[in-house]
Write a protein that binds this ligand. Structure first.
Ligand code: ZN
Ligand code: ZN
Length: 391
């Protein structure tokens, strides 16, 4: 800024603005000061990138559709309207805590969003993960000025975020079964099995424990895996599995049912699941229900809802109100899924309306467990809806 002191022209231009005026900083001031910042390498870019270059690059870039390009400019204009809000909002107070990881990628010469202020802000906030990436040779657009480093940084962020993707305690109970502890009482069991036509697949089930009693939702694919799981529950949690409910009739939900029956464990299922299991030569659950089964685990309620077809005709969801846990099963895809998985028994026309019902019925779900893959929140329901629109 020393240079600015000697720049009579700039000095004259800025002199007419009163820092204490009620309308400061006016749009007029912003336009003039932004222009100067660009000249001095502390605005959009530190070196070598003009606004003209930026706009032509943007217009010629093949990665965006025309409507995305138009929306980009609309978005910029819209942001200008929010300027008053931004000026009157102290983020240090209004936005100090986040449920998601927060990363700042910031050019050291940036005075559009002050580098020093951004650093101080990141120090102050609370987030599951946070980090600050300084770009020594950039101002406001490190993605344009130091693109290689920018791409590398994005990869690093992606990597650290996914490496820490499971915030839940892991308990490995055998080579092919692990548990993720969601709370004092709730666990997800994750087992790996060979599924015909799909190779090795990892599947999720739910375990809910209160004192010395446990409910199990879905078995691993085989009887022997299911025995290993039940034995671990008995030995390590000192709890007996009393009740079992499968999500639907496939092997990754009830493949180990016979080993549960052999232990005298009660089984309930959607009546359609019972009928389909019978028709397909699978182990058959004993007690049927139609729309809703309410179970009571020593005072903790668990609800099994049938809300329509999707991945299969009979798939249900399991809801634990006290924990806000939704075990959604195979009708919901994990956030990394790019497709809908095994569609051989799917009900494509019912699937989207069913997901819609699930979203409406459990607006306060905190943890959403898909049949396969990474546990998430309600965004998994949105993600599945989007996959359904695409297909
Ligand atoms: Zn299935
Ligand atoms: Zn499945």
């Amino acid at each position: 800024m020393t240079a600015l002191n000697n720049d009579q022209n700039a000095f004259e231009k800025l002199k007419r603005f009163d820092k204490n005026a009620p309308d400061f900083p006016s749009n007029d001031y912003l336009m003039i000061s932004r222009g100067m910042m660009n000249e001095y390498g502390v605005g959009l870019a530190h070196q070598n990138i003009s606004m003209f270059n930026l706009i032509t690059n943007m217009l010629l870039f093949k990665g965006y559709t025309l409507s995305e390009k138009i929306n980009y400019y609309k978005g910029s204009l819209f942001s200008m309207q929010l300027f008053d809000n931004a000026m009157n909002d102290n983020l240090f107070e209004s936005s100090a805590s986040f449920d998601v990881p927060v990363y700042f990628v910031q050019g050291k010469h940036d005075y559009v969003t002050s580098y020093a202020l951004a650093k101080a802000y990141l120090d102050k906030i609370d987030a599951p993960q946070k980090d600050f990436f300084t770009f020594e040779h950039s101002a406001h657009a490190p993605n344009l000025e130091e693109h290689d480093k920018f791409i590398q940084t994005m990869r690093e962020i992606l990597h650290t975020t996914s490496a820490n993707k499971s915030k839940y305690r892991k308990i490995q109970i055998s080579d092919d079964i692990e548990l993720l502890q969601l709370s004092d009482k709730a666990y997800v069991h994750v087992s790996i099995s060979e599924i015909a036509g799909f190779g090795k697949v990892s599947s999720n089930g739910l375990l809910f424990v209160n004192e010395d009693e446990a409910f199990l939702f879905d078995t691993p694919v085989t009887n022997s895996q299911t025995e290993t799981l039940v034995k671990w529950i008995t030995d390590s949690l000192s709890a007996a599995v009393s009740t079992f409910v499968p999500n639907h009739w496939h092997d990754d939900n009830l493949g180990g049912l016979e080993s549960l029956h052999a232990k005298g464990i009660k089984s309930y299922a959607n009546q359609m699941t019972i009928d389909l299991a019978k028709a397909n030569g699978k182990p058959v659950p004993r007690q049927g229900f139609t729309d809703l089964l309410r179970l009571d685990l020593r005072g903790d309620i668990v609800e099994c809802h049938y809300l329509g077809g999707g991945h299969t005709a009979d798939n249900i969801v399991v809801w634990i109100p006290s924990e806000k846990i939704l075990f959604a099963g195979c009708m919901v895809k994990d956030i990394h899924s790019k497709g809908l998985g095994n569609l051989s028994d799917a009900k494509p026309e019912e699937w989207a309306p069913t997901i819609q019902k699930v979203m409406e019925k459990f607006p306060d779900a905190k943890i959403v467990i898909p049949g396969h893959g990474q546990i998430g929140g309600k965004e998994l329901l949105e993600h599945t809806s989007r996959l359904l629109i695409k297909c």
